[in-house]
Write a protein that binds this ligand. Sequence first.
Ligand code: ZN
Length: 465
Amino acid sequence: MTPHPAPPFDLWSWLPAWQETWLAGLDPQGIGQRLRQQRLSRLIEQTLRESPLYARRAVGACHLADFQPIGKAELMAHFDDWATDRRITRHAAEAAVRAADGVADAWLGDYLVWTSSGTSGEPGIFVQDGPSLAAFDAIEGQRLLGARSAPSVSALWGMARRFAYVGAIGGPYAGHVSLQRLRRLVPAPWTPQITMISILEPLQQVAERLQALQPDVLITYPSCAVALAEWQAQGALQLTLDQLWVGGEQLSATHRQRLRDVFGCGVRNSYGASEFYSIAFECSHGRLHLNDDWVVLEPVDAQGRPMPPGEFSHTTLLTNLANRAQPLLRYELHDRVRFTAERCGCGQAFPVIEVQGRSDDALVLPAARGGTVTLLPLMVESVIEEEAQVTQFQLLHRADGRLELRLPGRGADGQAAFARCRQALQSCLDRQGAAPQRLLHGAQPPQRDPGSGKLRRVIDLSPAR
Ligand SMILES: [Zn+2]
């Protein structure tokens, strides 16, 4: 067995990132804005010089607004011309993803690589360099609890604190890889005890493992936390949590209150993406503050025009000010975001944003042995993506209780894809203890939500909802 290469960590990026993040936190409008401008100028200059793709697309560009928005599909199609390091090729990155077993090994000596599917359904490979990992460390370390200055790291990752992460751990996904990296970087005796539990495990099994583990901090998706809260409310689960950290999906006010009431602990939401891991942090007033010293967000309408404060965007353009190896300028993030005009009562001067992110439903289905089982949306998505190799789909739990799968086509390819999905879903239902279901092949392709324009992939229309 070959030993794992060390996780990437660049001290000479980490020290200035930690110091600059701290200074920006003291004065977001002054020092923070100056740092943002410096980073943006350097990013534009280096990207135009060293990324053939951006250089072709933005001839003569000087300002961020000179760059046309770019999506994941285009970046993935021109992957070898995207990075500023010519060793970063799609062939090599895909091999690294296939070889990765989620333990945050350094790739090409300096990088960490992770994958995403995201709500657009187009898989992406994102390469993180030393400066971007340093920025995430500094943001998470200093702003995790919404503090104005650097809190003690040991207060967050202290000795004898037990963490449980219930998430997607079947591949090199951003959350999983980041926690594995942290676990390998922090020396004993401060090494956090983090137990990783797959979101694909039946919920009952997840609850039993958590009950035996008794974590101090539970990290998961809102849909999973809400499903576990029902177990806790019924007494089937008895956790005494210090903190519940959620992210990756929409957290409604009703769900937040439910989680607070049932678990009786602080609930911390966050907003990040594979494209930038720590976009916004939650303050003591429960608002999301944008880390705008490290990331630029532009909420825009369907024609790409900027939205006024207070109005939700059609889509959002993201510029990552930390990553120089695989630059992202005006990247289409497909989240609906709005800036609120008023200052937050917490005193933080970082801008307040609200996000309409992914909001797929959990499905409650009849169990084979009576009662019900809950299928979390991420579980359904992972099974269809990984086992059936299908990324564009929509699964509906209809009002008549039947399951309907919509795929883009109904030709020979569509039929073959449907057969793979049916088999993958059926084995998932078996594993979860659900009663057998006949899956219908939808007559329509996946439909975007008429209000938000987003493609929701798991939708519950059943009367039990
Ligand atoms: Zn605030």
